[in-house]
Design a protein around this ligand. Structure first.
Ligand code: ADP
Ligand code: MG
Length: 157
């Protein structure tokens, strides 16, 4: 069954982070979240909200040189940024397949389109785009993976 896109706008980085936090609170135990959008669209900003939701004490920063960072809180976050990915071997070398198999692993992938066919079919897709200086449009398709009530939680945030 096709699942519908859910679109909303944010007007500040804080709002995007808060949105990420609410989404994080409705995730299943284990999931892949594909984040799409240009530089400065807010992908990392949204990831900060996941860190907040799972009580990660470290500051989450973009894994620019490593492709992946791992954070431990109430859940484990694997934060991948494939912007600089140059070959599919690199993605295998970083332990991608083990990461995907980790129970309780929430896998957030910036520039997920670069994973190509290595992106699992079952994933949540989030597209972020610039609508103006501080305005971002965010479209979520959860493929039925998120816990019920997430849309209401976003609408009443
Ligand atoms: P990405 O990871 O997509 O490259 P970042 O999250 O690192 O983007 O950066 C987003 C940038 O845009 C930050 O400098 C942030 O302050 C700014 N910004 C302005 N408005 C918003 C908004 N509504 N949501 C997210 N970021 C915003
Ligand atoms: Mg980023």
């Amino acid at each position: 069954m096709a699942h519908e896109d859910f679109t909303l706008q944010t007007r500040s980085p804080e709002e995007t982070q808060q949105l990420g936090k609410i989404l994080a609170q409705h995730m299943p135990d284990h999931v892949v979240v594909a984040l799409y959008g240009d530089l400065a669209a807010g992908k990392t900003c949204m990831t900060h909200g996941f860190g907040e939701a799972y009580a990660v004490s470290e500051a989450i920063s973009s894994p620019t040189f490593t492709l992946v960072n791992e954070y431990h809180g109430t859940k484990t976050i694997y934060h991948l940024d494939l912007y600089r990915l140059t070959s599919m071997e690199e993605i295998i070398d970083l332990g991608y397949e083990d990461i995907l198999d980790t129970p309780n692993g929430i896998v957030l992938i910036e520039w997920a389109e670069r994973a190509g066919s290595m992106l699992p079919d079952e994933h949540i897709a989030i597209h972020l785009s610039h609508d103006g200086e501080d305005l971002r449009s965010i479209t979520i398709n959860d493929a039925g993976l998120m816990q019920d009530g997430w849309q209401e939680a976003l609408n009443t945030r």
